[in-house]
Design a protein around this ligand. Sequence first.
Ligand code: C2E
Ligand code: MG
Ligand code: MG
Ligand code: MG
Length: 277
Amino acid sequence: VSGVSSDAPAPRQPGQAMAAGGNYLIQPHDIQAGLDGNQFFPVYQPKISCFSGQLVGFEALMRWRHPQLGMVPPDKFIGCAKNSGLIDALTRRMFDLSLEWFAQHYGSTSVRLAINISARSRLDDVFVEDIIGRCRKCGLVPGQLIFELTETSAMEDPVASLDLLTRMRMKGIHLSIDDLGTGFSSLLQLVRLPFSELKVDKSFVITASQSSESRQVVQAIVGLGQSLGIQSTAEGVEDHETLQFLRDIGCNFAQGFHIARPMPADEASRWSHFSFD
Ligand code: C2E
Ligand code: MG
Ligand code: MG
Ligand code: MG
């Protein structure tokens, strides 16, 4: 008996996927095995104030250290996790692993922890209460948490979203629209959702120093935030010129390789601020 059920795909030989050029398609049972084997963990990317360079928060980003495939980026497995329903378990795992670390270093500070949430995960009131309960237990207030939802996620079912997101916001959790500018949303429906932050998609930010169209899109989104009284974050800041541009247009916060790469917990807890030279 091989221990592999008959409907499961043939077991992979070690190294096979790498030899095949990394094109191995992630299956739900791979993700389940990763959960069982504790192969998922968060890395943390600092977010700073564009004006002071001060640390204002961290975004937790999921990583998968797969025994054969090596590091698998989220873009390769989040889709499969959503379709198979395993996204809930992954989201919980991210909370389990990041809340305690974050509370230990940043409890009772104004530093915030952002976690990516996918709309298709069954985020219900029980989940929200559970998270808030855990925050209390480890000395965090719900206002230190930001749930990032992509524009497309938030608009999948705007009516249901409004209901749940409003209850989350009323409990103090902050909500952020991630990857803004990449969907084709009704702006009116989008701005009716109770968000505290707009995140300009990195595709515009990465190209801002090269392209005046990109700069115009970034400026328009930041301007939308300003007129709505919502703070803006630019993700994907890769150079000094872009950070300068963001200051000029009044963008509040920035994240990107020019400032800091996503890093493991021990390194992140030693990161303090960005120095403008
Ligand atoms: P995102 O939430 O928009 O996260 C930003 C992505 O941009 C991250 O990629 C980050 O590493 C990358 N990035 C940050 N600064 C720069 C930069 O200056 N230049 C460039 N080129 N890239 C930069 P990552 O970690 O591969 O994550 C990709 C996406 O996967 C995330 O996009 C998010 O949508 C999703 N994801 C990551 N972790 C989780 C999670 O725990 N749960 C869920 N549901 N989704 C997650
Ligand atoms: Mg995000
Ligand atoms: Mg994003
Ligand atoms: Mg993204």
